[in-house]
Design a protein around this ligand. Structure first.
Ligand code: SF4
Length: 86
């Protein structure tokens, strides 16, 4: 036999636990930035192209991030958004 009050409390406890864990999951997801594009959308590759690479790009954030593209970005990478560092 299921106690309705216990079931409701358990469901509520689980929802509260999930809500409090969400920020931790967001933090552990890495350096993703709001509005940043996924690497596949900009043809990101972890190797240079035509002598151009991320550590020479204006969007690069050392040691391994980018203002415009989400995820880990290799200093030696490249994508279609490359802009010469100012
Ligand atoms: S080339 Fe520039 S815009 Fe593209 S991933 Fe590298 S740092 Fe970011």
């Amino acid at each position: 036999m299921t106690d309705l009050k216990t079931t409701t409390l358990s469901r509520r406890t689980m929802l509260l636990a999930a809500a409090s864990a969400a920020p931790l999951l967001a933090i552990s997801a890495g350096p993703a930035r709001a509005g940043a594009l996924p690497p596949t959308a900009v043809a990101y590759q972890p190797t240079p192209k035509d002598g151009k690479q991320c550590d020479g790009c204006n969007q690069f954030v050392a040691p391994n991030a980018c203002k415009a593209v989400s995820g880990d970005i290799a200093p030696t990478g490249w994508c279609k958004l490359w802009v010469k560092k100012a």
